[in-house]
Design a protein around this ligand. Structure first.
Ligand SMILES: Nc1ncnc2c1ncn2[C@@H]1O[C@H](COP(=O)(O)OP(=O)(O)OP(=O)(O)O)[C@@H](O)[C@H]1O
Length: 615
C-alpha cells in the first residue's frame, strides 16, 4: 500500500468514503447483471405496494420493485455523474490552462469572462445545453460537463496563477520555454494534487446535477432510468409509498457525500504536514514538554534525519550530538549538503515532508521536544526559540504588513500592548539598519528588497527575546557592512540577554568572528568539535584542515590560489560503512574504509572522528 493511500485511510473521512465508493462500484457492476430484467418488468397487479417480505421497499406505480430499481440505477447514475465530471475536468483543464498562460492583460479578460459565465446557475446552463444536444442518455451528462467547465477552469486558473508566479517558472520563461510546455511540464504537475481534490468534489456535484436534470424530466429518458428519474416518479406517490422517493434520494445523497468526503480526505493527503505530524505524534516518545534532567539549554543526542520513513530511507544526518549551554554561541560548519540545515530544522520540529527524524534525546530548556507538535511544544518553541532562515521570503507572511508580523511575538508572548510592541518593532528595524522603519512597518514583504527582508526577519527573531536563536546562513543575502552589523547585533543580544546562538554557516570567517565553539559536519555526521580558536588554529580532522586551508585570512598569501578540496561529499544513500571522507582524504588507511571512526575526546575540550588522529 502506498504512503498516500495509507494517509488517505488514516483520515477520518477517508475510510468512510472508500467503503461507500467501493460498495457503490460493486453494486453498479453486479446489480444490472443480477436484476436488470426484474427492474424493468411491468406488473400492474403489484402497483404501489408498501414494504413487504417480497418487496422490501415496496413497488412503484407500474409494479416494479423499488429496491431492485434503485440498485440497478446505480450504474447509470454513477456512470453519468463520472462522465459529466470527466467532461468538466478535461474541458476545464484545457480552458483554464489556456487562460492561465495568456499574457497578463488577455488573462484578465479571460478571467472576467469566466466569472460572468459562472454567475449563471450551472443547472440552467445544463438544461439549455441538453436541449441543444441530440437526444440520448449521455447528452445529459455531457451537458452537465459543459455547464461545469467554467467552474473547473476558474479553479485551474487560480491554482496555475500561483505557480506561474514562482521563481522556477520565471527562470523557464527566461530560458525561452514555450507556453504549452510551461503548462504541461511546470504548471500541471504542481497543481495536480489540489486539482484532484477539487475534481472529486466536482464529481459529487455533477452526479447531483445529472440527477436533478432527470428529476426535471430533461435528463435520462424512459425506458432508461437513473436515481433522478426514479425520484421524480416516486414523488408523485409520496403519500402512498414514500420509500419509492426516499430510496433514490438517499442514494443521490450518499454518493454525493462519498465523493465530497473523498475530496476532503484527498485534501489532507495533499497536505502531508497534517498526516506526518499525526504519525510523528504516534511514535513512542515521552509526553509533550516532559522535563528531563539535562542542564543544557539545547541537548541533542543521537539525532538521525532520514529522507522518508523506514529502515531503507537514506540517512541525511546520522547520530549527531549537539549541546548548547545558556549563553553559548556555537557555529555549525560544513560543505553544502552536509546536513547543517536539516539538523536545525529537526531541532525546530520543522522538517519538510517526507524527511523524518529520530533522536535519543532532544531537549530545549529541559523539555523533551520529541513528542511531536503538540500545543505545549508549539508554545515552548514559540517563546524560547527564534529562527532566521537562509531564505527570508520563506519566513514572512506575504499577505500581512510588516507591523503585524513584527509585533505578533511581543504582543502574544510578552504581554505588550500594540503601541509598546510597535515601538519595539521600530527599534528592532533601526538596529538592523532598515531605512525609513515607520514606512516599512506599513509595507508588505514584497515591497522590501531581499536584504531588507532578511534584516526584518532578524529583527523579528531578536524581538521575541528567545533563549536560543537558530540562525541558518543569516548573512548570506547581506553585503559586508551589513554582515558585520548583524553579527554585532547577535553579539549584543548574547551579551545583554544571554541569548544562546547556533550559527549555521559554510563560511569559517563568520564563525571565527562570532562563535565560542565550532562543530564541523561532513556527510551528515559531526567530524570535529571544540573551541573555535583552537580548532581553526590547529584543526585535527583532515576535512577541517582542508576547510581551514581554503579560507581566506589576513595572513593568506595573495599571490597563490587558495587550496581547494577535490571531489564531492557522498550524497545521502551513497554513504559507505567506514569514514565518508575516505575518497578525498590524503591520510586514509585501510581501516578507515571499513570501520567508521567514533567521535573521540582530545585534550582541550576537543573531539574528532578520525583514526589518523592520536587519541
Ligand atoms: N526535502 C528533502 N527531501 C529529501 N532530502 C532532502 C530534502 N532537503 C534536503 N535534502 C537532502 O539533505 C541533505 C542535507 O541538506 P541540508 O540542507 O541540511 O545541507 P546543508 O549542510 O545545510 O547545505 P547548504 O549549506 O547548502 O544549505 C542534502 O543532501 C539534500 O539533498
Amino acid at each position: 500500500m502506498t504512503a498516500a493511500l495509507r494517509a488517505f485511510r488514516s483520515t477520518s473521512a477517508g475510510p468512510v468514503a472508500l467503503a461507500v465508493l467501493t460498495l457503490l462500484a460493486v453494486v453498479a457492476v453486479v446489480a444490472p447483471i443480477l436484476w436488470g430484467d426484474m427492474a424493468t418488468a411491468l406488473n400492474p397487479a403489484t402497483a404501489v405496494l408498501g414494504p413487504s417480505a417480497e418487496h422490501w421497499l415496496g413497488t412503484d406505480r407500474l409494479g416494479r420493485d423499488v429496491l431492485v430499481r434503485t440498485l440497478v440505477a446505480t450504474r447509470t447514475s454513477l456512470g453519468l455523474g463520472l462522465l459529466a465530471a470527466a467532461v468538466a475536468a478535461l474541458a476545464g483543464l484545457l480552458l483554464g490552462g489556456l487562460v492561465a498562460v495568456l499574457s497578463r492583460r488577455a488573462r484578465e479578460v479571460g478571467l472576467r469572462v469566466l466569472d460572468a459565465v459562472l454567475a449563471f446557475p450551472a443547472i440552467l446552463v445544463a438544461i439549455i445545453v441538453t436541449l441543444i444536444l441530440p437526444e440520448g442518455t449521455a447528452s445529459a451528462a455531457v451537458a452537465v460537463g459543459v455547464a461545469g467547465t467554467p467552474a473547473v477552469a476558474r479553479i485551474v486558473v487560480t491554482l496555475a496563477t500561483a505557480v506561474l508566479a514562482r521563481d522556477f517558472v520565471a527562470a523557464a520563461w527566461g530560458l525561452g520555454v514555450g507556453r504549452p510546455r510551461i503548462l504541461v511540464r511546470y504548471v500541471l504537475p504542481n497543481i495536480a494534487d489540489s486539482l484532484a481534490v477539487s475534481l472529486s468534489v466536482v464529481a459529487g456535484a455533477a452526479l447531483v446535477v445529472v440527477s436533478s436534470l432527470s428529476f426535471l424530466g430533461v435528463g435520462v429518458q424512459p425506458p432508461a432510468f437513473d436515481w433522478g428519474g426514479m425520484l421524480s416518479q416516486g414523488v408523485m406517490d409520496m403519500y402512498v409509498t414514500p420509500l419509492a422517493a426516499l430510496a433514490p434520494a438517499v442514494m443521490i445523497a450518499l454518493a454525493g457525500l462519498a465523493f465530497g468526503l473523498a475530496g476532503e480526505a484527498m485534501a489532507r493527503v495533499a497536505n502531508p504536514s497534517v498526516w506526518t505530524a499525526r504519525r510523528a505524534a504516534r511514535h513512542p516518545a515521552p509526553a509533550a514538554g516532559t522535563r528531563t534532567e539535562s542542564d543544557a539549554l539545547l541537548d541533542v543526542k543521537g539525532l538521525t534525519v532520514t529522507a522518508g520513513a523506514g529502515p531503507e530511507a537514506p540517512a541525511i544526518v546520522s547520530g549527531v550530538d549537539l549541546r548548547v549551554g545558556r549563553g553559548d554561541i556555537v557555529g555549525l560548519v560544513g560543505e553544502s549538503g552536509s546536513g547543517k540545515s536539516m539538523t536545525m530544522l529537526a531541532v525546530a520540529r520543522l522538517l519538510p515532508y517526507p524527511v523524518e527524524s529520530l533522536a535519543d534525546a532532544l531537549t530545549l530548556d529541559g523539555h523533551d521536544l520529541r513528542a511531536g507538535p503538540g500545543e505545549r511544544i508549539r508554545r515552548l518553541l514559540g517563546t524560547r526559540l527564534a529562527l532566521v532562515f537562509q531564505n527570508p521570503a520563506a519566513c514572512l507572511n506575504p499577505s500581512l504588513r510588516l507591523e503585524t508580523q513584527l509585533t505578533e511575538v511581543p504582543r502574544t508572548h510578552q504581554g505588550m500592548n500594540r503601541a509598546q510592541a510597535r515601538e519595539l518593532a521600530l527599534a528592532g528595524l533601526r538596529q538592523v539598519r532598515v531605512p525609513e522603519p515607520e514606512r516599512r512597518l506599513r509595507q508588505y514583504p514584497h515591497e522590501l528588497s531581499g536584504g531588507q527582508r532578511q534584516r526584518a526577519t532578524i529583527a523579528m527573531a531578536l524581538a521575541g527575546r528567545a533563549g536560543l536563536l537558530l540562525a541558518d546562513e543569516p548573512t548570506t543575502a547581506l553585503d559586508n557592512t551589513l554582515r558585520r552589523a548583524v553579527l554585532n547585533l547577535f553579539r549584543e543580544a548574547n551579551a545583554a540577554s544571554g541569548t544562546a546562538i547556533v550559527l549555521v554557516s559554510h563560511d569559517l570567517s563568520v564563525v571565527r568572528g562570532l562563535c565560542d565553539r565550532v562543530v564541523v559536519m561532513y556527510a551528515g555526521r559531526v567530524v570535529e568539535e571544540g573551541p573555535t580558536r583552537e580548532v581553526i588554529a590547529r584543526p585535527l580532522h583532515p576535512y577541517t584542515q582542508a576547510l581551514v586551508g581554503s579560507t581566506l585570512t589576513m595572513t593568506t598569501p595573495l599571490d597563490r590560489p587558495l587550496p581547494a578540496l577535490d571531489g564531492q561529499p557522498p550524497r545521502p544513500g551513497e554513504r559507505q560503512e567506514g569514514c565518508a571522507f575516505v575518497p578525498r582524504c590524503a591520510r586514509a588507511e585501510d581501516r578507515c574504509a571499513k570501520e567508521r571512526p567514533p567521535l573521540r575526546a582530545h585534550p582541550g575540550a576537543r573531539r574528532t572522528a578520525c583514526w589518523a588522529v592520536e587519541a
